[in-house]
Write a protein that binds this ligand. Structure first.
Ligand SMILES: NC(=O)c1ccc[n+]([C@@H]2O[C@H](COP(=O)([O-])OP(=O)(O)OC[C@H]3O[C@@H](n4cnc5c(N)ncnc54)[C@H](O)[C@@H]3O)[C@@H](O)[C@H]2O)c1
Length: 252
């Protein structure tokens, strides 16, 4: 029950989907969780239900990271974990991706993960270490035609993670950094994708549970359990890895 007892953990994009499931699972295992999101209403409401703290943050704003880490230091005096989870997934191929769309995706995924890791490491160093998880995707490992910018950003997150893991080890920081690569998981992001790509959200139709299983789509808790493991000391020898959670999609 106490796999992450008293660890102070920040999760971005935690008002919905995977971030919300991560927050719930970590609080259930004894963590002190700070949930951040641009969606203040949902974020505050879920944080108060779960027993977490909410901080309004747009991850693509560099200044927000200093404000967040300042608040965490003031409230808890330390940081043990960061899950860089916030994301958007616009559907556009190489032929129809606009420059604005490209920059927005890079900013929310790549810039934010860079700022998040950099600011977290400063605080984690003060208490001797910590664990960072960067949310990537199977889009970083295989070709997804309709997700040009998203795939490029998730590939960058995968490589950035490994660089941070190697540096942290060589510098003796006591900080681990891993990427997580889910396949399709039933969250609002995937409901929107189904509507756009198939013309209908099959998961919202009759017997969604049966449809979800038939389509090989996972549940948010499938990812949250991996996050608990990576945030806990059970994974103390695990860094620089890419944890794939896709029911075998990428090996078929
Ligand atoms: N659901 C999947 O199948 C799947 C698969 C692979 C990877 N992922 C990744 O997992 C992460 C979570 O996705 P999800 O499926 O839970 O999506 P979701 O849409 O349910 O949740 C994303 C959350 O991020 C927040 N967000 C968006 N832009 C933000 C910003 N600028 N600043 C702060 N918060 C912001 C949203 O408000 C929302 O609460 C994303 O990085 C996504 O790319 C999801």
């Amino acid at each position: 029950m106490d796999r992450v007892k008293d660890k102070v953990i920040v999760i971005t994009g935690a008002a919905s989907g995977l971030g919300l499931a991560d927050a719930r699972a970590l609080v259930n295992q004894g963590a002190k969780v700070v949930m951040t999101d641009i969606d203040t209403e949902a974020g505050q409401s879920h944080a108060s239900d779960i027993g977490a703290t909410f901080f309004r943050q747009d991850v693509s704003n560099e200044a927000s990271w200093n404000e967040l880490m300042g608040q965490v230091e003031q409230q808890f005096g330390r940081l043990d974990g960061l899950v860089n989870n916030a994301g958007i997934a616009p559907i556009a191929t190489i032929e129809d991706t606009t420059t604005d769309m490209w920059r927005r995706v890079m900013s929310i995924h790549l810039d934010a993960t860079f700022w998040g890791c950099q600011s977290a490491i400063k605080l984690m160093k003060q208490s001797g270490g910590g664990s960072i998880v960067n949310m990537s995707s199977t889009a970083a490992l295989i070709g997804l035609g309709p997700y040009l910018a998203y795939s490029a950003a998730k590939g960058g997150i995968r490589s950035m993670t490994k660089s941070i893991a190697v540096h942290s080890r060589q510098a003796g920081l006591g900080i681990r950094c891993n990427s997580v690569h889910p396949g399709s998981i039933s969250t609002p992001m995937v409901h929107t994708a189904l509507k756009t790509l198939l013309g209908t959200d099959l998961l919202a139709e009759e017997d969604p549970e049966k449809t979800r299983k038939a389509m090989g789509i996972g549940e948010p808790d499938d990812v949250a359990q991996m996050i608990v493991y990576l945030m806990s000391d059970e994974s103390k020898h695990v860094t620089g890895t890419e944890m794939v959670i896709d029911n075998g999609d990428t090996v078929i």
